[in-house]
Design a protein around this ligand. Structure first.
Ligand code: SF4
Length: 346
């Protein structure tokens, strides 16, 4: 394959077809790029577009993020999911402040030493921000490469991943502009060489594409085995008093760790009864009324929620009531936000 010709076509295409995204500025801000790259892992661009501006407004610099509390960071991350990324980004900001005088490092080697920064993010920052000749591979790029070379193999196998990194390295080394080339590969995978409804007629490298010639584009890559989703049953109660709602904090381990919730009991074998929650809180269940139910689906779980409400408040020095207005400042999962919408209906 003629890599210099391939890369020049990709770069020319990206220059006139790049989507206008807030982190794609003519002089990329290293900290903003770091935030956007971590947000974009496992989250759609449309959702990141909603959250990125408010996150940057709240934490405009790496120092402001490093100085924030974990609660503040998680609250601003709410809605993006995969909260471990928010904790790692927070730890990363602290390390940049304490070990790099608040300056984001420019080399892949130094970036890889930071918490939460893997090979993809290090390559993305080094190439797109600091114009280093570093390869990047994500799901979009792997799919483009597999189709380009007509490789009907599973996308996530280690052998495939190693091959994709090696091929991405060849390609970036043939490029005139590594930053532009890497963004072009990602953009092509995100907008043209998509998993379904592939738009080959819009593709700048159609003349090089072996799967297009073979008529196999739709079947590449091979589908990956679906992750098995386990069931979880949750029952939650909304207690209110004086425009405040009773909340508790989850454990520091497991799903939604350290996040807030209304009193909730969960089991893996059956739906918990409301009495199980009220016993846990030391009150009777006679004032509770059912307020609805819904199913919440995550990558690994199918969570069945039953919701109850009680207009009767329970008292206790160690109980944590927060005003409804202040709940926006705390980190709740999307499922718990849905439950909290019931509070507003009371
Ligand atoms: S020709 Fe089609 S399958 Fe091949 S790289 Fe372009 S969009 Fe993907």
């Amino acid at each position: 394959m003629n890599d210099p010709l391939l890369t020049s076509k990709l770069e020319a295409w990206f220059t006139s077809n790049a989507r206008d995204l807030p982190w794609r500025t003519s002089h990329r801000d290293p900290y903003h790029s770091l935030v956007s790259e971590i947000m974009l892992q496992q989250t759609q661009v449309s959702r990141v577009l909603e959250k990125f501006p408010t996150f940057i407004e709240k934490f405009p610099t790496v120092d402001s993020l490093a100085n924030a509390t974990e609660d503040q960071v998680l609250a601003m991350w709410a809605g993006l999911g995969y909260y471990r990324r928010a904790r790692m980004l927070h730890a990363c900001a602290k390390a940049i402040v304490s070990e790099h005088q608040s300056i984001v490092p420019s080399s892949v080697e130094e970036l890889l030493k930071l918490p939460g920064i893997g090979r993809y993010t290090a390559g993305a920052i080094a190439s797109m921000v600091f114009h280093q000749r570093a390869p990047i591979v994500d799901g979009n790029i792997t799919r483009v490469l597999l189709r380009l070379h007509n490789q009907p193999i599973p996308q996530t196998d280690k052998k495939t991943v190693d091959w994709a990194w090696s091929r991405a390295d060849d390609i970036v080394n043939s490029s005139q502009n590594p930053a532009c080339l890497n963004e072009a590969m990602m953009e092509l995978g995100a907008t043209v060489c998509t998993p379904k409804n592939i738009r080959c007629d819009q593709c700048p490298i159609i003349a090089h594409c072996q799967s297009r010639k073979a008529g196999t584009t739709e079947s590449i890559p091979l589908p990956k085995p679906r992750a098995k989703q386990r069931k979880l049953y949750c029952s939650s109660i909304v207690f209110t008093q004086n425009q405040s709602v009773l909340i508790e904090r989850r454990d520091s381990k497991g799903m939604w760790s350290n996040m807030y919730q209304v009193p909730t009991i969960e089991r893996e074998d059956r739906q918990p009864t409301p009495e199980e929650i009220t016993t846990h809180l030391g009150v009777g269940a006679d004032s509770l009324e059912p307020a609805g139910s819904f199913t919440h689906i995550t990558t690994h779980r199918i969570v069945e929620f039953d919701i109850y409400r009680s207009k009767k408040a329970i008292k206790g020095a160690d109980l944590n009531y927060r005003t409804i207005k202040s709940l926006d400042e705390l980190a709740f999962s999307n499922a718990q936000r849905r439950i909290l919408s019931i509070v507003e209906a009371l």
